[in-house]
Design a protein around this ligand. Structure first.
Ligand code: IMP
Ligand code: MG
Length: 211
């Protein structure tokens, strides 16, 4: 089929607002307040982290990468493709900001697919250190499984005492204590596919939190 015959994709649909009570979908770029960290800055830093992790783990022989889903998915995918070490991947799904919450509701492990990690060197990968509850919970759980070592890598760390007090071996960026989305981080499970790390407009948060 000739591409001319395909319907044009309209970036901003000119439709009337949905009736009250309907879920209003995020409008992505138009909802962004400001870019905190651009995709170019992220790429440079992820490559640096990968070099550092590779150097630190080369003598370990093998590593098991444990991304915390869903937030660490995109970061981890970019990171591990630049770590040329034999690795396995173990998955952990943790929820701490369910639905429309803007503050942590306490971390909870929802599922795991770790395999046998006894005697293995583990690298936990998460998107952000906020209250620190998730990393604390997960490192505790992993240590009980008898690994050779557990190291932690987070892309972002918020400038708040609780985040600073949780030890992390690798930190991508220190950021202000603000709610951010993009590059895997979500609000109500949206915006993960934004390539930059951004803040949202206040009116967007209001619109999505008002029933
Ligand atoms: P913590 O347990 O409070 O450190 O929070 C960690 C988890 O909460 C992260 O893995 C994120 O999924 C989520 N989270 C914390 N801060 C933010 C944010 O600013 N935006 C989106 N998600 C966040
Ligand atoms: Mg998360």
């Amino acid at each position: 089929m000739c591409s001319d015959s395909l319907p044009a994709i309209r970036r901003e649909a000119n439709v009337s607002p949905p009736p009250r009570g309907w879920v209003r979908l995020p409008r992505m770029e138009r909802d962004v307040d400001r870019i905190l960290i651009s995709q170019q800055q992220i790429a440079v830093r992820v490559a640096e982290l990968a070099r550092q992790i590779t150097a630190d783990h080369t003598s370990d022989g093998e590593v098991t990468i444990v991304p915390i889903l869903t937030g660490a998915m995109i970061f981890c995918a970019d990171l591990i493709r630049q770590i040329p070490i034999a690795m396995q991947i173990g998955l952990l799904t943790v929820s701490s900001y369910p639905g429309r919450s803007l503050t942590t509701q306490g971390s909870q492990v929802l599922g795991q697919q770790l395999g046998d990690v006894r005697g293995r060197h583990l690298l936990l990968v998460d998107d952000i250190l906020d209250s620190g509850g998730t990393v604390k919970l997960v490192t505790g759980l992993l240590r009980e499984l008898g690994p050779a070592s557990v190291r932690t890598c987070v892309l972002l760390r918020k400038d708040r005492p609780s985040a600073q007090h949780v030890p992390a071996d690798y930190v991508g960026f220190e950021i202000p204590d603000e709610f951010v989305v993009g590059y895997g981080l979500d609000y109500n499970n949206y915006y993960r596919n934004l390539p930059d790390i951004v803040t949202l407009k206040q009116e967007v948060i209001r619109r999505m939190t008002t029933p």
